[in-house]
Design a protein around this ligand. Structure first.
Ligand SMILES: C[C@@](CO)(OP(=O)(O)O)[C@H](O)COP(=O)(O)OP(=O)(O)OC[C@H]1O[C@@H](n2ccc(N)nc2=O)[C@H](O)[C@@H]1O
Ligand SMILES: Nc1ncnc2c1ncn2[C@@H]1O[C@H](COP(=O)(O)OP(=O)(O)O)[C@@H](O)[C@H]1O
Length: 291
């Protein structure tokens, strides 16, 4: 039996990202408020004699290093099922953006293969497997806003009112033509040693928002902005501009270079003028989407 089924693969934004320090295994501990968005890629899957992948976006590898191919291999090993798939990945999410596009693609592939193969694995097993592919993968299996801890694999659900507030947010996500490599950002923080935020401070900020989950109180902190702004001052400048001129909550997502603004209260004319102003500052080739 063959399938030509499409699966949505959302990108994420980090509403709060605090890197609290380096761990004995070389990874970093973090505390993050993170959520999938309404914007994402499309993954088409068809059963085949061997695994293969094609992708519309230049720069995304089309071999076994693609995280979708890794997910298929991990799934096969865990289930001991000898089934293979042809993937067609329609990328809309820019990569090297801090939007977790690749991690989401891998998580979506795991969910999809589990569905296609008749649910041999539980959600808990899928989450454990996804953490083998990337620290950021498990969050995409929950499909809702979560608090992420550890190196990203420890997830906690939010109270319903906090989830509802996040679901009500309208975002403008934008990414300049340059990317930031996640490994580079973490390495720069490690070498400095001075860019971390204490776990206590992070948990306090988070708890204060959870107790009163309003847009105005969003804990918009991201200490990965420190290495990013040092290398790319244009990012800090554009976020300051959005805060000062439009009075909007805004932040860089993940390790960057994508940023977002919360645009719930913006009328269509003002939204268009904001998009124009972002392009004026970051260049015409800047990627911008509503989510
Ligand atoms: C920064 C975050 C925040 O959500 O998102 P992105 O900016 O990538 O979207 C994540 O922690 C990104 O996690 P993930 O996307 O899985 O990271 P990877 O690209 O697999 O990791 C690249 C490298 O970053 C370092 N790394 C990653 C995660 C972590 N908690 N500590 C680390 O020190 C490791 O050296 C790793 O080899
Ligand atoms: N399915 C995939 N989609 C995007 N990038 C992928 C994928 N598989 C592997 N990669 C590699 O992972 C890198 C990081 O991509 P991505 O996860 O989208 O960015 P980020 O970690 O900044 O959110 C890309 O530059 C690319 O080389």
């Amino acid at each position: 039996m063959t399938y030509q089924t499409s699966f949505f693969s959302p990108c994420k934004v980090n509403y709060m990202l605090t890197i609290t320090g380096v761990r004995p295994d070389g990874f970093h501990n973090l505390v993050s408020l993170v959520a999938p968005t309404r914007f994402g890629d499309e993954l088409f899957i068809e059963e085949a004699g061997e695994d293969s992948i094609e992708c519309n976006l230049e720069g995304v590898p089309c071999d076994e290093s693609n995280l979708v191919m890794k997910a298929a291999a991990v799934f096969r090993r865990a289930t001991m099922m000898n089934r293979f798939f042809k993937f067609n990945l329609v990328k809309k999410v820019p990569h090297g953006a801090g939007l977790g596009g690749g991690s989401s693609n891998a998580a979506t592939a795991l969910l999809a293969l589990n569905q296609i193969c008749g649910y041999p694995l539980s959600n808990g097993e899928l989450e454990r497997l996804s953490a083998l592919i990337g620290s950021d993968c498990p969050l995409f299996l929950r499909g809702k806003p979560v608090v992420m801890r550890g190196r990203g694999e420890l997830l906690e659900d939010l109270p319903e009112n906090a989830q509802n507030l996040i679901a009500s947010l309208k975002l403008l996500i934008f990414k300049p033509n340059f990317s930031i490599n996640t490994g580079w950002a973490y390495k720069t923080m490690k070498e400095s040693g001075k860019m971390y935020i204490s776990e206590q401070e992070a948990e306090d900020a988070l708890l204060s928002w959870i107790k009163n989950p309003e847009i105005e109180n969003l804990p918009l902190v991201n200490n990965m902005q420190i290495p990013a702004f040092e290398k790319f001052p244009a990012l800090e400048a554009v976020l300051n501009f959005i805060r000062n001129e439009y009075n909007l909550p805004c932040l860089m997502s993940g390790s960057g270079s994508a940023c977002f603004a919360v645009v719930n209260n913006l009328q269509p004319d003002a939204l268009q003028s904001l998009k124009d102003a972002i392009k004026k500052r970051l260049g015409e080739s800047c990627f911008i989407t509503e989510a």
